[in-house]
Design a protein around this ligand. Structure first.
Ligand code: ATP
Ligand code: MG
Length: 238
């Protein structure tokens, strides 16, 4: 579904990605792990078309999307869940899940039935149902993360790009995010997940890429991550 080759990125003169290559097949959950500053967020920003200084190939379903603006990529089914959670803080939770730009009439997502209904969102995220009438600015960090995830599912994203969705969450909310990702997967959603929690990563994902200094250092399966957990945790500095 997603194929990335020779992806390089710069901040000014500084090169932060070096020929990153990775692929995510339809229906997979794949993680990107790496130390702070390894370039994980930059990879996601490049895929979403949010990073100006980039070069390389980004293909979605065999189509080169590397030069498309962000909104076109979103329309093709890419859904970005940023680590800063960026929400319209003064709107209530329910408003954020119903008002434009979340709902785009006649979008391809609605035609294909991928866009989650409000009912389904509230079923999957009971905490958002409980908090549906309060302004999003009063949500905890974990609840805001849930809301950010819910919004891209409402938009009918087929490929979620999630940047550290479990960061700062209580164990209960981490479990809920895991359930949601597994549920999304069952509904045909594909996920590329930046994740530092290795145990969580092996519970939800099929495969992993280790990013080191802006390059893919290794591709790992779940058994490799489990058997090398100590070494990897030490390397990641967690
Ligand atoms: N706005 C910016 N201007 C200049 N350099 C930046 C900027 N944002 C990130 N960088 C640098 O680019 C490199 C990659 O950053 P990036 O945020 O992609 O890493 P990351 O793996 O997501 O890190 P973290 O685990 O801290 O989220 C780092 O060396 C960082 O210092
Ligand atoms: Mg980051």
């Amino acid at each position: 579904m997603l194929r990335v080759e020779n992806l390089s990125a710069w901040y000014g003169e500084a090169r932060v990605l070096r020929d990153v290559a990775l692929r995510v097949d339809a229906g997979e959950v794949v993680t990107l792990v790496g130390r702070n500053g390894a370039g994980k967020t930059t990879v996601l920003r490049c895929l979403m078309g949010l990073h100006a200084g980039q070069r390389g190939t980004v293909e979605l379903d065999g189509r080169d999307i590397g030069r498309l603006p962000t909104h076109r990529r979103a329309r093709l089914g890419l859904g970005w869940v940023p680590d800063d959670r960026g929400s319209y803080a003064s709107l209530s939770v329910a408003e954020q899940l119903t008002l434009p730009p979340v709902l785009r009439p006649r979008s391809s997502a609605e035609r294909t039935g991928l866009a989650w209904s409000l009912e389904r969102v509230f079923e999957a995220f009971p905490v958002l149902y409980q908090r549906r009438s309060v302004p999003a600015s009063t949500l905890s960090g974990g609840e805001q993360q849930m809301l950010a995830l819910a919004r891209v599912l409402r938009m009918g994203a087929r490929l979620l790009l999630c940047d550290e969705p479990t960061e700062g969450l209580s164990p209960l909310l981490v479990t809920q995010v895991g359930d949601i990702l597994r549920q999304a997967k069952r509904h045909g959603v594909t996920v590329l997940l930046v994740e530092q929690n290795l145990r969580f990563a092996t519970e939800v994902a099929d495969r992993h890429y280790l990013l080191a200094q802006g390059a893919v250092a290794e591709a790992l399966d779940n058994s490799a991550v489990r058997s090398r957990e100590r070494e990897l945790l030490a390397y990641l500095g967690i």
